[in-house]
Design a protein around this ligand. Structure first.
Ligand SMILES: [Fe+2]
Length: 237
């Protein structure tokens, strides 16, 4: 950060806050490069089994964010986000929930519905229990601007031009890989990835996370809380 201001003591401007968080992300990424992609049907199916174990927590944290947000304009958009991710089809829209799209992906890789059901109902591993337990607990104990700001780690990363570009390139590479692997319904297999890419519903969510952080994470105390949550959240990835 170009500023000499101190987290938790001095009030950072919105630009200083965003730059400070991005410095933390950049440093973390340097020490923790992304893991290699799975490139065979078996390897992808295995990763999907692990992802389904214990169920998908999307509605848990997006719901907590909605419940806790007291600013009505912000809350209204959070509701829209909750519906985008929890299922536009619940209000007559075209796209089912993200957990459903993730299941479609797995089904195209040979996982039977019954197996996915059983995995979703099974317990988390101890590591997941600690990590996810912290994440949902955090959503019940931190002030709402910090909850919404914590989205900058995941979907908020898609604001960064290099990340956007990479994700759009990944869509093309995934399509080519699935063709090579002989996946029958590539469109269905890829809807989950597409929805999470910068050209899916997340495009609007990304801007929302930044706007809320700039406008409402506006005291030294909130900024320090977000800094800590941001680091913990990075470490969960
Ligand atoms: Fe999103």
């Amino acid at each position: 950060m170009a500023t000499t201001k101190r987290w938790g003591r001095d009030k950072l401007s919105p630009d200083e806050l965003m730059d400070g968080l991005e410095d933390i992300r950049a440093e973390w990424k340097q020490g923790h490069p992304a893991r290699a992609k799975a490139t065979t049907i078996d390897a992808i199916a295995e990763r999907k089994r692990r992802a389904h174990q214990g169920g998908d927590g999307n509605h848990r944290f997006e719901g907590e964010r909605y419940i806790n947000t007291t600013n009505k304009d912000v809350r209204r958009f959070q509701l829209r986000k909750l519906i985008d991710e929890g299922g536009q089809d619940t209000v007559g829209g075209p796209v089912p929930s993200h957990p459903t799209l993730s299941r479609w992906h797995s089904e195209e890789f040979g996982l039977p519905k019954e197996e996915i059901d059983a995995l979703e109902k099974s317990d988390w591993s101890p590591e997941e229990l600690v990590s996810n337990g912290w994440y949902y607990w955090m959503h019940r104990t931190e002030p709402w601007p910090v909850l919404l700001g914590s989205a900058l780690v995941g979907e908020g990363e898609k604001r960064l031009p290099e990340v956007r570009e990479q994700m759009i390139q990944d869509l093309e590479e995934t399509k080519q890989l699935y063709e090579k692997l002989g996946i029958k319904d590539i469109e269905r297999a890829m809807l989950n990835q597409r929805e999470h890419s910068p050209i899916g519903a997340d495009a609007d969510h990304v801007v929302f996370g930044e706007d809320v952080t700039r406008a409402f994470v506006d005291t030294p105390e909130l900024q320090e809380r977000l800094r800590r949550v941001f680091i913990f959240r990075l470490q969960r990835r």
